[in-house]
Write a protein of this length. Structure first.
Length: 123
């Protein structure tokens, strides 16, 4: 079978996502810790974005908050540390039963900091 036909039979995976935020609000600001967990049980394919999605386990922990600068403008800030372990995938075999060179995806781990800043404006 061609790769795309064979993939259609193996495109689903279960995803579990848990997150917890405990905000504290006072005056014009909100701040609090955040933690999260994501688990995808096996490799999959997202046909809406045409992307391979590897099986993975991801954790994040950090702090987030917002400040109401005025009645019309709010500033949002976040700082998190993430830990991600992505599973690999085996070497692909094409329709002629030939190994496709360099088609395997290796296992990878990520350990990083993520900072973000944003805002909202009311008109």
């Amino acid at each position: 079978m061609p790769d795309l036909v064979r993939e259609a039979f193996n495109s689903n995976s279960d995803v579990t996502k848990l997150s917890l935020e405990i905000p504290y609000s006072a005056a014009n600001f909100t701040v609090g810790p955040t933690v999260g967990f994501l688990y995808r049980n096996r490799n999959g394919y997202d046909p809406t974005t045409y992307q391979f999605l590897s099986a993975k386990t991801s954790w994040n922990a950090g702090v987030g908050g917002s400040i109401a600068v005025s009645k019309q403008f709010t500033l949002n800030l976040s700082l998190q540390h993430i830990w991600v372990k992505e599973e690999g995938s085996p070497t692909k075999i094409d329709a002629t039963n030939t190994v496709v060179p360099n088609s395997a995806v290796p296992e990878s781990s990520t350990n990083a900091w993520v900072a973000s800043i944003g805002g909202s404006v009311k008109f």
